[in-house]
Design a binder for this molecule. Structure first.
Ligand code: PSU
Ligand code: MN
Length: 322
C-alpha cells in the first residue's frame, strides 16, 4: 500500500459533460458556463424552465455553446439538457450549493443548483474561461452587522474565468461591492458604460474603474491579466437595455418593505438572496419579471459574443509561455 498521503489535485474525472458541450470544447469553439441555483428557487414552473431554455438559445444565437453547471448525484454536470432542466425546474427542494457546500454534496452523492461561486469552480475545472450571470452576489447592505458578503466575491479571487454580468444584484451595496473587488484586485470593466450597472437598473450610481467599448480589447485585457500570473476573474459588466431598466427609486421602495419583512421573518444566510428577489418581484407587480427576462437574455447574448472574442485572443497566445 502506498503510504504517502498526498492531497489530490483538482480532478476533471468528477465532470460529466453534455455531448454538445464536450464537442464544442474539443473543437475549441466558444462556450459559456451558466449557474443553476436560480432555477429551483426563482420563477415558478414552467416559467423557470422556459427562461433557462431561452437563455441557452440566446448564447447559441450569439455563436457560443451554453454549459449550465449543476451537481447531480455526486457528480459535476457541465451542460444540462431539457430533461435535466425540467427536473430542477419542478423541484423547489433542490438545494442552493455554494463553494462551501461543494464537497459535502459530492461526497454524499447529492444534487444541487450551483451558485455563481460554485459554478466558477466547475467552469475552471472543465476548461471554460467565460461565465455569465445577470447579477453577481456582493456585499449585502447589512454587512456591517451581519458580515454577509457573498462567496461569489471570494471565488472571483480564485478562478481564472471571466465573468460577464449586469453588475451586482439590486439589493446589494454597489459601492462596498466595488471597494471589496478593488481590494481583491479584481478588474471590473464597463463595456460601453461608465457606471457599474445594478442588474434590474441601468446604473448603481457608482462609476466603473475602466470603460472599454470593444469586446476584443476586453478579451485582450483578460488574457494579459492571466498571462501576468493573476489567478482571478475579470468582470465584464454591461447594463440592462435602457428601456427595460427599473428606476432605482422603485427598487429602493420595494426593498425597504422586503428588508423589513425578511428581518421580521428571521431570514438570514443563503436564504436571504432568493427571499429579497421574490419580494421585489411581488412588490413591483411583475414589472421586474420583464426586466429580469431582458437582463438575463442580454447578458447571455453578450457572454456568447465575448466568448467568441476571448477564444480568438486565447488562440493567439496559445503556446506562448505555456
Ligand atoms: N437567484 C436566485 N436564487 C439564488 C441565486 C440567484 O433566485 O440563490 C444565487 C446566485 O447564484 C448567486 C447567489 O451566486 O445567489 C448569491 O447568494 P449569496 O448572497 O447568498 O452569496
Ligand atoms: Mn450570504
Amino acid at each position: 500500500m502506498n503510504t504517502t498521503r498526498t492531497v489530490p489535485a483538482a480532478d476533471p474525472g468528477l465532470l460529466d459533460f453534455d455531448e454538445e458541450v464536450r464537442e464544442a470544447l474539443h473543437e475549441g469553439r466558444p462556450v459559456v458556463a451558466l449557474e443553476s441555483s436560480a432555477i429551483p428557487s426563482g420563477l415558478p414552473y414552467p416559467a423557470n424552465l422556459d427562461m433557462a431554455l431561452d437563455i441557452d438559445a440566446a448564447v447559441r444565437a450569439a455563436g457560443a455553446t451554453p454549459a449550465r453547471i449543476a451537481l447531480l448525484d455526486g457528480r459535476i454536470r457541465v451542460g444540462m439538457d431539457k430533461e435535466l432542466l425540467e427536473r430542477f425546474a419542478t423541484d423547489p427542494s433542490v438545494p442552493k450549493v455554494s463553494t462551501r457546500d461543494f464537497g459535502i454534496t459530492l461526497a454524499r452523492r447529492g444534487s444541487g443548483g450551483t451558485t455563481v461561486s460554485s459554478s466558477l469552480v466547475a467552469a475552471e475545472l472543465a476548461g471554460i474561461p467565460v461565465f455569465a450571470v445577470a447579477g453577481i452576489g456582493g456585499v449585502h447592505r447589512d454587512a456591517p452587522d451581519t458580515f454577509d458578503i457573498s462567496a461569489d466575491l471570494v471565488q472571483f479571487t480564485r478562478s481564472r474565468v471571466a465573468v460577464v454580468c449586469a453588475g451586482a444584484k439590486s439589493m446589494l451595496h454597489p459601492a462596498w461591492t466595488l471597494e471589496w473587488l478593488e481590494t481583491a484586485g479584481i478588474p471590473v470593466i464597463g463595456y460601453r458604460c461608465d457606471d457599474f450597472p445594478a442588474y434590474l437598473s441601468v446604473s448603481s450610481g457608482v462609476r466603473v474603474p475602466h470603460r472599454l467599448d470593444d469586446l476584443r480589447e476586453i478579451a485582450a485585457v483578460a488574457v494579459a491579466h492571466w498571462r501576468a500570473g493573476n489567478t482571478t476573474s475579470p468582470l465584464v459588466t454591461h447594463p440592462i437595455h435602457e428601456q427595460d431598466g427599473i428606476p432605482s427609486a422603485d427598487i429602493e421602495a420595494a426593498l425597504a418593505d422586503a428588508t423589513a419583512q425578511a428581518r421580521a421573518a428571521g431570514v438570514t444566510g443563503p436564504a436571504i438572496t432568493p427571499y429579497l428577489l421574490k419580494a421585489i418581484a411581488q412588490a413591483t407587480q411583475g414589472r421586474t419579471s420583464a426586466a429580469n427576462r431582458s437582463v438575463l437574455l442580454s447578458t447571455a447574448t453578450l457572454a456568447g459574443e465575448f466568448a467568441t472574442q476571448l477564444a480568438l485572443e486565447l488562440a493567439e497566445h496559445a503556446g506562448a509561455g505555456a
